[in-house]
Design a protein around this ligand. Structure first.
Ligand SMILES: O=c1[nH]c(=O)c2[nH]c(=O)[nH]c2[nH]1
Length: 305
């Protein structure tokens, strides 16, 4: 104990499951379904780690209760959007407890899609469509609130219009040029908001940014010719991020992690069948390993454009 120092600390409740329903007078109902992680830190918590002194410890059980309390008492629009709920919980904690200097709140959701029948939306029945996971993470201090949001596990695949050619070649190279290949990835996309105060963040349309980031990701993947004329996953990633930064002034930077999940044409030449290159029809998906392409793209500082 004597030779050690506490370098950092944060404690709280993870995976708080909370569902909030909004019931409109006309029978239309909405649902938000969250996993919340709430973590507190501050210099005055050090004694709880190093001296067994719990006097200032806000029990993780109380933190969990605060999440349910806020889910009930906040206006609906501050609960039904994960970014808004994360920001409100984090700000509430640093305001309520003088000795809490930082509160980090992550709200994760797997959205419920409203059921459709004959083109009409059902007022209160939903279906989990196996879509991507969405999250928002707010970090509040006494002076500022920073916010990042994102989604992961968005699985996409296209059967043509991807290439990877003219790469570095040496004695370790066995991969041939691939002028036309199958491309599949499981997208993780995360963006940081410019605004750093509660009031400025409160004016942001978080759902529009999320929908736009998702739409841009799919559109570039499927349709942007630059993503296959000068292709690589790296190029595709940069174009996706650039589109989000251009479309949304509220966003400061965008991070992507794109595994390149390989689907290789199966060599059927031993059976006298052509199935490689232009003849490829039968593929073997490769579970592991995958490529893994990551980058963070920032808005260029003003004056550098
Ligand atoms: O788009 C790609 N980028 C790479 O860096 C790479 N490396 C590789 O083997 N295949 C690919 N594909």
């Amino acid at each position: 104990m004597e030779s050690s120092v506490l370098k950092s600390q944060a404690y709280g409740k993870d995976r708080v499951r909370v569902v909030r329903v909004v019931r409109r007078a006309d029978g239309w109902q909405e649902i938000a379904d969250y996993w919340v992680c709430c973590l507190l830190s501050g210099a005055q918590f050090e004694a709880s780690y190093t001296k067994g002194d719990n006097r200032l410890v806000v029990a993780t059980d109380s933190q969990k209760n605060a999440v349910y309390y806020l889910a009930k008492t906040l206006p609906a629009d501050k609960v039904m959007v994960p970014e808004a709920f994360a920001v409100e919980i984090a700000a509430f904690m640093v305001n309520k407890y003088a000795h809490v200097t930082t509160c980090r709140v992550k709200v994760t959701t797997k959205p419920w899609a409203r059921m459709q029948f004959s083109g009409r939306s059902h007022p209160h029945a939903f279906c989990r469509e196996g879509r991507e996971t969405r999250w928002a993470e707010a970090v509040a201090t006494k002076l500022a609130v920073s916010l990042t949001a994102g989604f992961c596990d968005l699985e996409v695949l296209k059967t043509t219009n991807s290439a990877f050619v003219d790469f570095w070649r040496d004695e370790l190279t066995t991969l041939p040029d691939m002028p036309d290949r199958m491309l599949s990835t499981k997208v993780l996309c995360q963006w940081a908001y410019v605004a750093k105060t509660l009031d400025a963040l409160r004016g942001t349309d978080f759902d529009a940014v999320y929908a736009g980031a998702r739409r841009n990701t799919l559109d570039v993947f499927a349709n942007d010719p630059r993503a296959w004329v000068h292709a690589s996953v790296q190029t595709t990633l940069y174009i996706m991020a650039d589109r989000i930064i251009n479309d949304f002034a509220a966003v400061d930077d965008v991070h992507y992690a794109l595994p390149n999940i390989h689907y290789f044409p199966f060599d059927l030449s031993p059976f006298g069948l052509k199935n490689l290159r232009a003849d490829a029809e039968v593929y073997m998906p490769i579970a592991d390993p995958s490529g893994y392409i990551t980058a963070t793209v920032s808005r260029a500082p003003k004056g550098k454009l």
